[in-house]
Design a protein around this ligand. Structure first.
Ligand code: GDP
Length: 329
């Protein structure tokens, strides 16, 4: 009989963690995931897992605690580990920055060192980010683009990327970094601009809200569809024998204005009638947009982004309307 593969997903209750858990359950894996103690006590933070809660194994684990991670790896002995958990909010306070850099870097290092000691054959995916390129010098960026992070979050991801690469080169571990560009879905957090727009459009449509306040609507992003991005993560560990780092992106740029146009027109409204520009939401200038060159991942493991931007935004609006109508709770 074939052995059931075991996987550990850190941050399983997030957008990507929950889609990845679904994908791996469908592929027959035994799925384990870590969550924070504060998450299990908050129904809103567990909502992405409601439909699969009894099929997965949840572990409360503080990822900046080396001993806790070591014990967890010893208990599960995973065949694959997807390290998705990270403090990702943009913050400018000194205390927050210290904790972001500490917890994001230490969790990655503790996880790798425990895997090296206990299950050196375990394949590891690390969630990198286009924020590693930050103030990029070229667009689109490929895997050879110089890192130029503009936030402590980006810096913590670059530092982790190097430790992931170092474990691959020095200890021969199967470790990879996926440099994901923005990816959205009905499970995206409400603070991100796509979800802010689609959830407010749903409220306006149903008469709960009158306007939408945004910052710079000319900013452009490379927006992909999260369920497809978790497929890319799995492929990086399973469709090649050579561990490597890949950009995961669509390669296409859209502006915040494009999101507005699609979201409002999907319910027959014009965004111009509802939009208020609020300088408080402006971010420092971005001259060169973050767009990913996806040639490497396409050629090596046959992954390409498929879902259209328009379909994705429309799906998010429809989902937010359903939530407000109480059908999706
Ligand atoms: P991220 O900044 O790439 O992680 O993703 P966001 O979804 O938070 O922001 C995407 C872009 O939308 C950024 O360039 C923002 O400057 C722009 N944006 C414009 N108005 C807003 C807003 O009200 N909220 C957010 N989150 N972003 C906004």
């Amino acid at each position: 009989m074939r052995k059931v593969k075991k996987t550990l997903i850190t941050g399983i209750n997030g957008q990507d963690g929950s889609y990845l858990a679904e994908l791996l359950l469908n592929k027959g894996y035994e799925v384990h995931g870590t969550i924070r103690r504060t998450a299990i006590e908050n129904v809103n933070r567990m909502v992405n897992l409601n439909h699969i809660r009894n099929k997965i194994h949840l572990h409360i684990c503080q990822l900046d605690n080396h001993l806790a991670i070591y014990k967890l790896i010893a208990q599960i002995k995973p065949d694959e580990c997807y390290h998705l958990a990270a403090a990702s909010f943009v913050s400018y306070s000194f205390e927050d920055e210290t904790s972001i850099i500490n917890s994001n870097f230490n969790s990655t290092h503790f996880l790798l060192s425990s895997i090296k000691e206990l299950v050196p054959d375990c394949k590891v995916y690390f969630a990198g980010s286009s924020e590693m390129f930050g103030y990029a010098l070229n667009s689109p960026q490929d895997e050879n683009e110089k890192f130029n992070p503009r936030s402590i979050y980006g810096i913590s991801k670059v530092a982790s990327y190097h430790v992931v690469k170092n474990y691959r080169e020095r200890f021969n571990l199967y470790t990879c970094t996926g440099i994901t560009y923005n990816h959205e879905s009905p499970r995206r957090g409400y603070a991100f601009v796509t979800r802010k727009i689609t959830s407010t459009v749903a409220k306006i449509y149903l008469g709960y809200e009158k306007c939408l306040e945004l910052g710079n609507v000319n900013t452009q992003r490379d927006w992909g569809y999260a369920p497809e991005y978790v497929e890319a993560m799995w492929r990086m560990l399973n469709k090649t024998n050579k561990p490597d780092d890949y950009i995961i992106a669509t390669g296409k740029l859209h502006s915040v204005k494009d999101v507005l146009e699609v979201a409002f027109s999907s319910v027959g409204l014009k965004y111009e009638s509802y939009l208020k520009i609020n300088e408080d939401f402006y971010r420092p200038g971005e001259n060169i947009p973050l767009a990913g060159n996806c040639e490497k991942i396409k050629n090596a493991i046959g992954w390409i982004a498929k879902k259209s931007f328009y379909e994705m935004i429309q799906e998010m609006v429809m989902n937010d309307i359903e939530i407000l109508r109480g059908r999706n709770l």
